[in-house]
Ligand binder design. Structure first.
Ligand code: SAM
Length: 151
């Protein structure tokens, strides 16, 4: 993590997601301890977290790195501060024609924050997402959400 992140980020992102997306199955990529999973599960979503933490919450968890080769059993793919997995989330969503939402943090190519956020939106449009939006979660730090909708 490049800075101290706001502890409210998981609940805020979970509320943001359930307002906008109906699909029950969510892939939570780079989910760390599983806190976003826990928050989304409270809202009735069926969440699978992908990351490499041994110490974590008792949530449905795949202890491995997420790649483009992962079979798709999700209606939505998301990531909170997913660092090196951010671009993979956008590419994976495009490949499987599902929506995505990411809260970017550090880039994978040494871009600074604002150009990185812009770049992700451009990538999503280039990969065929007809509607890409940016929103801000009401929290400190890196709070911008990039969302790719299919219509
Ligand atoms: C800054 S931490 C954020 C963790 C958590 N989302 C949070 O907000 O506390 C970035 C996480 O990305 C994970 N990560 C990076 N690339 C990944 C990949 N390809 N698949 C799964 N996790 C990945 C790292 O293991 C790390 O836990």
């Amino acid at each position: 993590m490049c800075y101290v992140a706001d502890k409210r980020r998981f609940d805020l992102f979970a509320r943001f997601l359930v307002k906008r997306f109906d699909g029950p199955r969510v892939f939570d990529v780079a989910g760390g301890m599983g806190k976003l999973n826990e928050a989304l599960t409270k809202h009735g979503r069926r969440v699978t977290t992908f990351d490499k933490r041994h110490k974590r919450l008792p949530v449905h968890y795949q202890e491995r790195l997420f790649t483009l080769a992962e079979p798709c059993h999700a209606d939505l793919v998301v990531g909170m501060h997913p660092d090196g997995a951010t671009r993979i989330i956008v590419e994976y969503a495009a490949r499987h024609a599902i929506p995505f939402a990411v809260v970017p943090c550090c880039s994978d190519n040494s871009m600074s924050y604002k150009p990185w956020v812009r770049h992700l939106g451009e990538l999503a449009r280039a990969l065929g997402f007809p509607r890409v939006e940016e929103h801000d979660l009401p929290m400190e730090g890196r709070a911008r959400v990039v969302v790719g909708f299919l219509e």
